[in-house]
Design a protein around this ligand. Sequence first.
Ligand SMILES: [Zn+2]
Length: 296
Amino acid sequence: MSFSSETKLEAASFQMKKPCCRRAFISGVLLGGADASGGDISLYIEGLELAEICAKMIREQFGRETVPEKIGGRGILLLAFSSKSAGELLHNCRLQADLSAQFKCEECACAFLRGVFVGGGTVSAPDKKNYHLEIKSRSVENLSALSLVFADAGYALKTSVRLGKQSLYSKDSGVIEEFLFYIGASKQAFDFMNAKIGHEIKNDINRRTNCETSNIARSTASAAKHISAIRYLSERGRLSELGPELEYTAQMRLKYPEMSLLQLGQTMTPAVSKPGLYHRLEKICAFAENIKSKDL
Ligand SMILES: [Zn+2]
């Protein structure tokens, strides 16, 4: 089962005690996943277990029996039934009516959004690098009224349009995580959170490794520059002109080309600090540059 299907199943299994919330839930499910022609409703649900929960809700709310029917592959099941009130409910959604008008208690909005997710939502598995929550509706093209319900609950989703149909989405892992908790899919929310933390640690390690690699590249480049300047002077027998301190530094650098500045500084007698050593080597370079310019 996909992460998305598991999330839907966990959310739909959340116990809603009040009848008003159960009604709000099933209207959300219909808005997300049903087509309607008048009072003839076709609700498409992923997975048998989830379809059975919805069938039970339909029986309870609209007094209609419906048996999940397999259609095509991908585990999609069809729940077909006729109900005037279910038809009207969807019709109102199409008319962009105030969707919150049907809410009777404080938890109704949450139950409704849970239903919308169960009927028309998807959430990408947290092991992917991109986080993606998306809400579609089978029968409503303009989702601005639905977007308001999400916004009122604290979820600012973005709108995208494909083939004239809108969908709402978020790529913000924090928003997705909170939304999963909100609709009662807390086990899935925890999985999501843990996977996200795992990615962040991995990214952090990668970032640090990249940083160290570029530090090494930088110090290798500067060591090469110093060594080539020292060789230039040495080939011309002009190292002694540097004075004893710089000459000793130059000889040590040539002797231990693979050492870092820190190691080299510690190998010298007396020991030299990394910045001190760097400063000396830069002085040697400047001296070599000066001679080069005169030689030319
Ligand atoms: Zn309620």
